[in-house]
Design a binder for this molecule. Structure first.
Ligand code: ZN
Length: 451
């Protein structure tokens, strides 16, 4: 694996860690062993928690991230792994994965977070595939430790938080060589973290829009807090976070000095061919991304719930839809109806925006701008997205979630008026299977292809 060595000083300590894993899907058990030296007290055994995906890959990623997070600035880390796939996702695939917004990468959040942690290290880490060398005692020790880990009681917490903003530099530099990117990131790092210029611009825009809507002096910290709303799924939270940071490779980000003409060409919208493909263009303006159709569907469902006008779906409005509902009465109880409406708006805005982004990535990356989703596909994709979100709401009311369970009242209030055949549903439909919103899927107008 071609890697570039960072300068190593006399004070640099080389740390080599070998990872072993054992995973049983059936019993939801994964053990992980990390061996630095044989019989070293710093060797670690772990067991993945219930609810995790129990695969060797997840075990390897969790271990690598843990190692990276524990590596000191004086240490240079080498990690040895079994899975070539994991090794690639932490090395040569990084640029491509970032370019594609990690679309289709299994365990996306965990891979992204692990890459961020590795990137944060002062000395560039080395990731080694065990298959490139002959097996040794350390491998055996790691496997034995993994077996022990699988049997222990305590489980480790899987942390997919991005270590810090530095992953963004990587995203924006994704088409430079790793070596150059690392150098630049390190240069930035030595200057300390400063908020990126575009982040400030975006925050200012959101604040201005909030002011226009009657919420003066909205602070950046409040915005960051809002996009962590429990009403939106984790992938969408990440999406919004990267949108505010301008962290995706779109538009002007391709025009930075040092990018060749072929890359610079990517700044233009490859779907409609009109102008720079900024996130605003994709979500609000593109005539070919399907965004208009998606927003029409969202507006249609909104119209089934309320007479209130549908807000213009700008990026600022989308972000602001995540703000907690304001109380309408002084002190008194929040109006259930207002809260339900706000929550529906939050869900429609954020799910629709994220869907538009995913459709765009499919068209531009998977099909290289040659194949766009049809109207029927977009209609049905949106419907599937919203129906799945509705189902998720129902599932989250189940008593097994204990204190974390969603209140049934909240769910019923959110979707009131929007459901198919709602008059015939029981008052509490959350236990029902197959409750759908009242927009019908579209079939391929009767013309079926024989198979
Ligand atoms: Zn366009």
């Amino acid at each position: 694996m071609p890697r570039v060595q960072a300068p190593i000083g006399a004070d640099t300590v080389e740390v080599r860690a070998t990872i072993g894993t054992i995973a049983f899907k059936e019993t939801q058990t994964t053990g992980v062993g990390i061996v630095r030296e044989e019989n070293d007290p710093e060797n670690i055994k772990l067991r993945l928690p219930k609810g995790a995906e129990h695969t060797n890959r997840v075990g390897e990623l969790v271990a690598t991230k843990l190692l990276a997070d524990r590596t000191l600035s004086s240490e240079k880390l080498t990690v040895e792994l079994d899975s070539l796939h994991t090794v690639k996702d932490l090395t040569i695939n990084v640029s491509e994965n970032e370019l594609r917004g990690y679309l289709g990468v299994p365990n996306e959040d965990l891979v992204r977070a692990t890459v961020a942690s590795l990137r944060y290290l002062r000395h560039e880490p080395v990731i080694v595939w065990k298959g490139d060398r002959s097996p040794n005692q350390r491998d055996e020790a790691a496997s034995a430790l993994a077996d022990e880990g699988a049997l222990q009681q305590d489980t480790v917490e899987i942390n997919t938080e991005i270590a810090n903003g530095w992953t963004l530099s990587g995203a924006n530099l994704s088409c430079l060589t790793q070596a150059t990117a690392y150098k630049l990131v390190r240069r930035h790092k030595s200057k300390g973290y400063a908020e990126r210029r575009q982040t400030t611009v975006n925050l200012k825009r959101i604040e201005a829009m909030a002011q226009e809507k009657g919420e003066a002096n909205l602070k950046a910290t409040q915005i960051w807090g809002s996009i962590r709303s429990k009403d939106i799924t984790r992938s969408i939270r990440n999406f919004l976070w990267l949108v505010i940071h301008d962290g995706y490779m779109v538009g002007d980000n391709w025009l930075k000095p040092g990018f060749n003409a072929e890359y610079q060409e990517r700044s233009k919208c490859r779907q409609c061919g009109q102008g720079t493909e900024t996130m605003t263009h994709i979500i609000e303006k593109c005539s070919a991304s399907g965004q208009a159709q998606v927003w029409n569907l969202a507006r249609e469902l909104w119209g089934m719930r309320t007479n209130k006008p549908w807000p213009n779906a700008t990026l600022e409005e989308i972000i602001l839809s995540t703000r907690p509902t304001r109380r309408e009465k002084p002190k008194g109880k929040m109006l259930d109806n207002a809260e339900g409406e706000a929550r529906l708006l939050r869900i429609l805005m954020t799910e629709s925006a994220y869907l538009i982004w995913k459709i765009r990535c499919d068209a531009v990356i998977k099909h290289e701008g040659q194949q766009q989703a049809t109207g029927i596909e977009i209609h049905n994709k949106w419907l599937k997205t919203i129906n799945s979100r509705l189902e998720l709401d129902s599932i989250l009311t189940r008593p097994k979630y204990g204190k974390k369970a969603l209140k049934k009242k909240v769910v019923l209030n959110t979707w009131r008026g929007t459901l198919r055949d709602e008059g015939n549903l029981p008052r509490d439909w959350t236990g029902r299977y197959g409750v759908l919103v009242g927009i019908e899927p579209r079939s391929k107008d009767g013309r079926r292809r024989g198979r």
